[in-house]
Design a protein around this ligand. Sequence first.
Ligand SMILES: [Fe+2]
Ligand SMILES: [Fe+2]
Length: 139
Amino acid sequence: MPATPWYEQYRTGIASIDHMHEEIYTLVNALYDDVLAKAPIVTSRPKIAKLTQLSLTHFDEEEADMKRTGYPDTATHSAAHQVFRDQLAGIQAQLKEGKQVTGDTLEIVRNYLTQHAKIHDMKLAKHLAASQGAKTAKG
Ligand SMILES: [Fe+2]
Ligand SMILES: [Fe+2]
C-alpha cells in the first residue's frame, strides 16, 4: 500500500461525495488484488456486487443533489454516470458467464472513475459548496 493513496488527488471537499468515492476506490483496489492473486471468481463476485451497489447509490445521490440545487450540467454529468452503469452491467454479465474480471477491465474502470471525478465531480462539488446544496456536506 503506498503512503498516499492514489485517489487522494481526487478529493472534492464534499464529505458525502468523498466518503463514497473512497469506498468505491477501495473496492477497485481490492479487485486488483484479486487479479494479481489470480483469485477465483467466487472471491471477486461479491466485490463487484458491492461496487455496483455503491456506485448506483452514489450516482443517485449526486443526481439528487444536482436536481435539488438546479445544477446546470446535470444532463452531461448524468450521461457520464450512465456510461459507468453500463460498464458495471457488462462486468457483471461477464462474471455470470464465468469470466473473471481482468486487470485491463479494472484499468478502464479506474481511468473512468478518476477522469469522472476530475472532470465532473470536482465541478459539481464547487457548485454544491457555493449553493450549500450537498445533503451531507457538513458531515
Ligand atoms: Fe459523478
Ligand atoms: Fe462521484
